[in-house]
Design a protein around this ligand. Structure first.
Ligand code: ZN
Length: 503
C-alpha cells in the first residue's frame, strides 16, 4: 500500500470513529440538560455501549499498519504537510491507547464513577474522611496509568498532563508560574490599598431569569456564536460541547447575580466560537479538532475577560442591559458597570474567583497534585496542606473542606494533570489578544460599537482554522511571534485593574 492510500484509510477510520463519539456526546449533553431521573440507568448503559465501540475502533490494529506505511515514506510528509500532521496526531492518540492495558482502563472507569459519587456525598457533608479512601485508590490507579505512559517524560505527572496539553511539563509550568505568582501577589497588595475601589452593588441587584436570558442571548450572538449551528440551554454547571455539525452551550442564572450569567455565557460562547471555527471539511480528523485544553480555554477566557470585562464592551453593553434589565441600570454609568465586572476579592471558591486571584487557586492545586502523585503528601494530610496554602497565598481561613479541598470534581473523576490548563488559558488569551491588537489596531472603538467580527476573524485565521495541525507551542509562536509567557497577561491585568482601582 502506498502512503497516500494508507492515510486515506486512516482518516476514513478516524471519521467513522468520530461519528460514534459525537453520538455519545449528544447523549451526554441530553443527560445534563433534559434527561429525567428515571432515564439515568438506561442512559449509562447506552453510553457504556458506545464507549465500548469507540474504544474498539480506537485500538483497531489496522491503524498501526496504516501509520507505519505513512511514516515509512519520507517524501509523503514533505509533499503533504497537512496529512503528515494528521498522521503525527493519530500516532500520538494510537500509542496512548495501546500503552494503557484494557484492564486498567476498565478499572479506572469503574473507580471514577464510584469515586465521583463518593465525592459528591462527601462534599455535601464536608466530610473529607469519607472521600479519602477513594482518593487513595484513584491515586494508585493514576500512578499506574502514568507508569504505562511515562516513556519519554521526565515525571509521571507530565505523562498524565500530555493528554490535555501536549508538551506541557511540570518543570515548564513551574518556570511560568513563579514570576506570575510573585507579581499577582504584588498587584493584589496594591489594589487593597485603593481608596476608590469600584462599586460592587450592581452584582447584587435582582433580575428575573427571563430578562437575564434575553440579555445573554443577544450578547453571545453579537460576539459571533452562530445559532444556526448551535443552541444555548441551562444546566447546573455551564459547559460547551461540540457535536461536529453543531455546538451546544449551557449556562445558569442566579436572580441576584447577572454578572455570573453574563460571564459564564460569554465564556462558554468563546468555547463555542472556537468549535464553530474549526474547519468543517476536516471534521472527524485531527485537523478538525481543538488543539489542546489550554488553547480551548484561551478562547473562552478571551471573550469572557479581554472582551466582556473591558471598558469599551460596557459602553456598547450598557444600553443593551438597560433594554433587557430595565431602569435599574440607569443608576450605573458604563464605567461603573465596567468596574462592577472587575471587582477583585480573594475568595475560597475557584469557579467564583476574579481574574487577579484565579490563577493562585490553580497554583495551589498544581503544587498539591504533584505532591500527592509523587507520594510526598499522604492523602490524610491534604486538608491541612490546603488550609496552609490558602492562608499563605490568599490570606483566607478555610472554614470546612467543602469549601476547601473537596470543592472541585476533578480529582474524583481522575483528571490529574488538568488544572494548569486553566491558567494556560488565561495566559494564552492575553497573548493572543495582544497579538491581534498589534495587527488590527486597538479594538476598543470597535467593541464600543458592538463590532467583534475583526477579532473573531483574527482568531479564526490564527487559531481556529488550524485544528491540531501545530502543537500548542508552535501555534502560539506562529500566532503571536513568541513562546508563551506570563508577561502579556500581567501587563493586561495591571493596566486594567490599576485603572479600575485608581492605584
Ligand atoms: Zn472553559
Amino acid at each position: 500500500m502506498i502512503a497516500v492510500d494508507a492515510c486515506a484509510e486512516l482518516l476514513a477510520h478516524s471519521r467513522a470513529t468520530a461519528l460514534l463519539a459525537s453520538a455519545a456526546a449528544v447523549l451526554n449533553w441530553d443527560q445534563e440538560v433534559l434527561l429525567p431521573p428515571g432515564g439515568g440507568e438506561w442512559r449509562s448503559r447506552q453510553l457504556a455501549a458506545l464507549a465500548g465501540l469507540v474504544h474498539q475502533r480506537a485500538t483497531d490494529p489496522r491503524q498501526a499498519e496504516w501509520l507505519a506505511c505513512c511514516e515509512a515514506d519520507a517524501a509523503f510528509a514533505a509533499e503533504h504537510p497537512e496529512l503528515a500532521a494528521c498522521v503525527r496526531e493519530l500516532r500520538r492518540d494510537h500509542d496512548r491507547q495501546l500503552r494503557l492495558p484494557a484492564a486498567l482502563v476498565e478499572e479506572l472507569a469503574r473507580v471514577e464513577s464510584l469515586s465521583q459519587r463518593a465525592w459528591a456525598e462527601a462534599r455535601k457533608d464536608s466530610d473529607f474522611a469519607a472521600f479519602a479512601p477513594f482518593l487513595r485508590q484513584m491515586l494508585q490507579l493514576q500512578q499506574q496509568k502514568a507508569a504505562c505512559l511515562q516513556r519519554g517524560h521526565a515525571l509521571p505527572w507530565d505523562a498524565l498532563a500530555e493528554q490535555f496539553e501536549p508538551g506541557m511539563t511540570a518543570a515548564s509550568l513551574q518556570q511560568l508560574f513563579a514570576p506570575l505568582r510573585q507579581q499577582l501577589l504584588g498587584l493584589l497588595q496594591r489594589l487593597q490599598q485603593s481608596r476608590r475601589p469600584p462599586r460592587a452593588d450592581f452584582a447584587r441587584l435582582r433580575f428575573a431569569e427571563a430578562r437575564q436570558e434575553a440579555l445573554v442571548r443577544e450578547v453571545v450572538a453579537a460576539i459571533g456564536f452562530d445559532f444556526q449551528r448551535g443552541r444555548l440551554d441551562r444546566s447546573a454547571h455551564p459547559f460547551c460541547t461540540g457535536l461536529g455539525g453543531d455546538v451546544r452551550l449551557t449556562t445558569r442564572f442566579h436572580p441576584d447575580n447577572v454578572m455570573d450569567a453574563l460571564g459564564s455565557t460569554m465564556h462558554e460562547g468563546g468555547h463555542g466560537i472556537y468549535e464553530q471555527g474549526l474547519p468543517q471539511e476536516h471534521l472527524g480528523t485531527p485537523l478538525g479538532e481543538a488543539v489542546s485544553l489550554g488553547v480551548h480555554e484561551s478562547q473562552s477566557r478571551l471573550w469572557e475577560n479581554q472582551v466582556g470585562r473591558s471598558a469599551a464592551f460596557w459602553r456598547w453593553a450598557r444600553p443593551l442591559a438597560r433594554r433587557h434589565l430595565g431602569r435599574w441600570v440607569d443608576a450605573f454609568s458604563a464605567d461603573e458597570l465596567f468596574g462592577a465586572a472587575n471587582v477583585v476579592a480573594p475568595s475560597l471558591i475557584r469557579v467564583e474567583a476574579d481574574e487577579a486571584t484565579y490563577n493562585l487557586h490553580i497554583m495551589v492545586r498544581f503544587e498539591l497534585e504533584l505532591l500527592l502523585l509523587s507520594g510526598d503528601l499522604p492523602v490524610e494530610d491534604l486538608p491541612a496542606a490546603w488550609h496552609q496554602r490558602y492562608r499563605d497565598q490568599l490570606g483566607l481561613e478555610v472554614p470546612d473542606d467543602a469549601r476547601g479541598c473537596l470543592q472541585d470534581v476533578h480529582w474524583s473523576c481522575g483528571l490529574f494533570g488538568y488544572f494548569p490548563t486553566y491558567t494556560l488559558g488565561n495566559l494564552y488569551s492575553a497573548q493572543f489578544f495582544a497579538a491581534a491588537e498589534r495587527e488590527l489596531g486597538d479594538q476598543s472603538q470597535a467593541f464600543a460599537r458592538g463590532e467583534f467580527a475583526p477579532l473573531r476573524q483574527w482568531l479564526r485565521q490564527h487559531v481556529h482554522q488550524h485544528g491540531r495541525r501545530y502543537l500548542p507551542d508552535e501555534l502560539c509562536q506562529r500566532a503571536t511571534g513568541a513562546p508563551l509567557s506570563s508577561q502579556p497577561f500581567l501587563d493586561y491585568l495591571e493596566q486594567k485593574l490599576r485603572s479600575v482601582y485608581d492605584v
